[in-house]
Ligand binder design. Structure first.
Ligand SMILES: [Mg+2]
Length: 270
């Protein structure tokens, strides 16, 4: 098979682990893209694995299983997912153990990271070891105020789940965690350390889980500065699909270069 620009992409036939982004890559909000079900079946038929890695921490893995089942991927299980919330638990557990962490996020996110073993408070405190903010589809002025008070009065490490500027929805986009953090920076002067893609943490975590090598792995996504960059940072092959955010103009102007470019995942031939 050849990619969008005619580059030979037959190396994809040898891949064992396919790490898919979700929004803009396999669906847009509630519409599953053509060819996704067939491609996933083909990967399994060839003895490969796939996982959905997402920067969106506002939903738990169980919510994602439900969502994909509803969209027609009826055999989706919890094992198929790795979210920036799971990456956050791994990283903050390693760095802070059971110390108190102030966190702002959706109910589902807070529940998930508590279940993962983090010691979390959502109230203002001067006893926290770190501050964590995440993409918050339940954000209120009251929550923003508490986060800004935490950032202003406490000089402690500050993390954010994902650097995305926008989250795609049916009519266009809404501001995501990266944009929210810019607002907080204007208000408090503080900038976070981001955990999700483009950091390589999520890619390596899934490769480890399935004992797969770099050469056998490919990252597939619609964004250069998160999905493709995460693959590049992990040293694995990448596919940029044009079914979501990235345009041909972005590809030309960006320093982040995917290994292959395709119109959509439907064009992946295995
Ligand atoms: Mg995406």
């Amino acid at each position: 098979m050849k990619d969008f620009f005619g580059k030979d992409a037959s190396v994809l036939k040898n891949k064992k682990l396919f790490l898919f982004d979700m929004d803009g890559t396999i669906y847009r909000e509630n519409d599953l893209f053509d060819g996704v079900i067939e491609l996933l079946a083909k990967i399994k038929e060839k003895g490969g694995r796939y996982a959905f890695i997402t920067n969106n921490p506002s939903k738990s893995v169980i919510d994602y299983v439900k969502k994909l089942k509803k969209l027609g991927i009826t055999n989706a299980t919890e094992e198929d997912f790795f979210t920036s919330a799971q990456a956050t638990v791994l990283l903050l557990k390693e760095r802070f153990g059971d110390k108190l962490i102030y966190a702002q996020g959706t109910k589902s996110f807070i529940k998930g990271i508590k279940k993962g073993g983090l010691n979390i408070t959502e109230k203002y405190t001067e006893n926290a070891a770190a501050i964590l903010v995440s993409f918050d589809t339940e954000l209120t002025a009251k929550k923003m105020r508490v986060s800004c008070e935490m950032l202003t009065k406490n000089d402690i490490p500050y993390y954010a789940t994902n650097p995305d500027w926008v989250c795609p929805v049916s009519f266009g986009s809404i501001p995501d965690c990266g944009s929210m953090c810019v607002g907080y920076e204007y208000a408090t002067g503080k900038k976070p350390i981001f955990i999700g893609k483009p950091e390589s943490l999520m890619v390596f975590a899934v490769m480890d889980k399935f004992s797969v090598k770099k050469e056998e792995t490919v990252v597939i996504g619609d964004r250069l500065y998160t999905d493709v960059a995460a693959g590049v940072n992990a040293g694995v092959d990448t596919i940029c699909v044009l079914s979501g955010e990235a345009t041909l103009e972005d590809l030309e102007n960006s320093d982040i270069k995917p290994t292959f470019v395709l119109n959509s995942v439907k064009d992946i031939v295995l």
